[in-house]
Design a protein around this ligand. Structure first.
Ligand code: SF4
Length: 354
């Protein structure tokens, strides 16, 4: 076994499968050992996600109610204005979030007024003292560079599943397209947020291969969202059974062992987890959550419930730019700085709930 802080990018599928096959208690011990060698064990990053352009996406991701290929209750909406987004960002900051993620349901970002508006949103969010993240689909090198100049801290672009299972889930783009955008984001000096989803009919080997792909990226993604499918009526995956929380905890633990310094983010599907299951995921090395009433279009636990959970578990919110990803730290000084009077509320925002 390598030292708990060794960074490797040469994991084999057999090694990842061997981790997956460990008794859960052994895997948790291993993950917790790695976690403590690399992170403050009592800190959880709070991120808020806002859909700034909802619905009407040209892609056919089988899990997504925003795809224009499926009849769902999500309908195309106009893009939010910069003021609307910054108002939501202020609310997120007031409840203790330190990262604000903006999602647009685009296959790829097109140059023009909409992209320029996103750049203004990024500048505005950074001006509030928050870390800024965006997920806009595939990017060109130039767009990645412009986002970096605007002060973007991180870019989310998930690989979703294994290369072998990818064609079962998405037919409108290739797995390699994802990796290309990830490489462009790295080149632009933006932290990569890249993870996947379980519960989409994939095999255990697919799950291991997905994690192996992420772990063999160099550098490792700064954040690794681990999602459980939220089956949505009207999408091809609407009838999939819910994931057993222990499987989610196992994925968090393996991600932690493979990518010691990354933030492992407990993402979609958290509403289905009991408090105990969420704490188990924190034990497994998850140290980031989406926080706020909604993910892009699906539900998320209530803010007060989350505050109570963190308080009862003795966990505290992580300050901004405290992630061990050096790219995140480097963006702190490069982008727009908080204006006077816009300094970030500290962890004081999270008081034990009544
Ligand atoms: S997941 Fe993203 S790219 Fe896929 S259909 Fe939904 S919005 Fe479009």
């Amino acid at each position: 076994m390598s030292s708990p802080d060794t960074l490797r990018h040469d994991w084999t599928l057999d090694e990842v499968k061997a981790l997956h096959a460990l008794p859960l208690t052994d895997l948790l011990l291993r993950a917790q050992t790695v976690h403590r060698a690399n992170h403050a064990p009592d800190s959880v990053q709070l991120c808020t996600l806002l859909s700034v352009k909802t619905g009407g996406c040209q892609e056919d991701c089988a899990y997504c109610p925003q795809s224009s290929k499926y009849e769902t209750e999500v309908h195309p909406e106009k893009m939010l204005t910069v003021d609307e987004v910054l108002s939501k960002a202020r609310q997120a900051r007031a409840t203790g979030s330190t990262r604000f993620c903006m999602g647009a349901a685009w296959r790829d970002a097109k140059d023009g007024p909409a992209f320029d508006t996103v750049l203004d949103m990024v500048r505005g969010v950074r001006g509030l003292g928050l870390e800024a993240c965006a997920t806009l689909g595939m990017l060109t090198d130039d767009q990645a560079r412009r986002l970096a100049e605007a002060g973007l801290t991180a870019y989310n672009h998930n690989i979703d599943t294994s290369p072998d299972h990818y064609g079962e889930i998405i037919s409108t783009r290739r797995f390699d397209d994802r990796l290309q955008t990830v490489a462009r984001v790295v080149k632009a000096g933006i932290s990569v947020c890249c993870g996947g989803i379980i519960g989409m009919g994939e095999s255990i080997d697919d799950r291991c291969e997905m994690l192996r792909t992420l772990a063999n990226l160099d550098p490792h993604p700064g954040s690794v969202p681990i999602n459980a499918l939220v089956p949505v009526e009207g999408t091809p995956l609407a009838g999939m059974p819910r994931i057993d929380p222990l499987e989610l905890a196992r994925m968090c633990a393996i991600a932690r062992v493979l990518m010691p310094r990354s933030m492992v983010r407990l993402s979609a599907g958290r509403t289905d987890l009991s408090r105990e299951a969420q704490v188990l995921c924190f034990m497994a090395g998850a140290n980031s959550i989406f926080y706020g009433e909604k993910l892009l279009t699906t539900g998320n636990p209530d803010v007060l419930e989350d505050q109570r959970l963190l308080s009862d578990a003795g966990l505290k919110p992580m300050p901004p730019y405290a992630s061990s990803d050096p790219t995140v730290q480097a963006t702190r000084d490069k982008g727009p700085q908080p204006k006077p009077g816009e300094l970030l509320l500290s962890a004081r925002a999270i008081e034990p709930a009544e």
